[in-house]
Design a protein around this ligand. Structure first.
Ligand code: AMP
Length: 289
């Protein structure tokens, strides 16, 4: 596994690969866990060459968010990636990606208006800007990303289409702990008692999925009411909880029947103590991988 920090060096390194093999790319912010490694394994199935990036992107963090304290565990990440058998780790510094004078931004459209886009103004513009750069530098045939960050996945699929990028964005199902909690680098912020209570989030999501599979007459209001009750009981402070179609990510009103929504999905962001967790789940059907 080679480790490079300069975009130019990455381009030079992969120029030869591109002629004879497919390339798959997994962008991350590091502090890697089994969810990230599952994406790497998928990438390895898709292409002969695999690139992973680790970059905590300041552009996507708001002024009161956790950029400075975001966990950084580079040495351990390197070991995990070496073991996973990737070809190249791209680990740029902030100056490598945003040198003095950097001034162009991607502005994301309606897909970023709701859910996390509403709670975190400018977040998806920052994500799209860094990803446009990373996708360009890696010039991969495939980019593998988690459905854990479903809105991010849809925003980047849209960007790839809008800008005619040569990479196909591939979504991967959320990898969970045994009790259902979605793996996340931010889970390490949770105190032991909070960690235990946090599993009410995936439990409530699963309950909603089962309910909407079992009964065709369930409406959005009933799903959100159940969800709110469960989360409040566990001590979560809800940021948002919404049902939206995967197509447009626009929250549906309470009276709409889940069965009348195309590709309905339940989205939640909630704080357990100081830690903001997000999760989502398909409704009325099982996840397709
Ligand atoms: P992050 O390092 O949090 O920016 O995540 C990097 C990539 O890993 C993104 O595409 C995430 O959606 C994905 N990811 C994070 N957690 C999980 C998980 N539990 N299961 C699957 N993919 C994940």
């Amino acid at each position: 596994m080679q480790i490079l920090s300069s975009p130019q060096h990455v381009r030079e390194r992969i120029a030869g690969w591109k002629k004879e093999s497919k390339i798959a790319f997994v962008p991350t912010m590091g502090c890697l866990h089994e969810g990230h490694i599952a994406l790497v394994k998928r990438a390895k199935q898709l292409a002969e060459r695999t690139i992973v990036s680790i970059f905590v992107n300041p552009l996507q963090f708001g002024p009161n968010e956790d950029f400075d304290r975001y966990p950084r565990t580079l040495e351990q990440d390197k070991l995990l990636l070496e073991r996973a058998g990737i070809d190249l780790l791209f680990h740029p510094t902030v100056e490598d990606l945003y040198p003095k004078g950097f001034s162009t931004r991607v502005v994301v459209g309606p897909l970023a208006e709701n859910l996390c886009g509403k709670s975190r103004p400018g977040h998806f513009d920052g994500v799209a800007t860094v990803c446009l750069k990373l996708f360009e530098i890696a010039s991969a045939d495939y980019v593998v990303m988690g459905k854990k960050d479903f809105q991010q996945l849809q925003v980047l699929k849209r960007m790839a289409m809008d800008f005619n990028l040569g990479s196909q964005i591939v979504g991967f199902p959320t990898v969970r702990e045994l009790d259902g909690l979605a793996l996340s680098s931010r889970n390490r912020y949770l105190l032991p008692d909070e960690r235990q209570r946090a599993n009410s989030l995936p439990r409530a999501l699963s309950a909603a999925r089962h309910l909407t599979i079992a009964r065709k007459d369930v409406d959005v209001g009933e799903v959100l009411l159940n969800m709110g009750r469960e989360l409040n009981q566990a001590g979560f402070e809800i940021d948002y909880c919404a049902v939206a179609s995967e197509d447009d990510l626009t929250p549906q009103p309470d009276y709409i029947k889940i069965a009348d929504v195309r590709l309905p999905r339940l989205f939640v962001a909630a704080k357990m103590g100081k830690t903001r967790l997000i999760d989502n789940m398909e409704l009325g059907r099982k996840e397709d991988s």
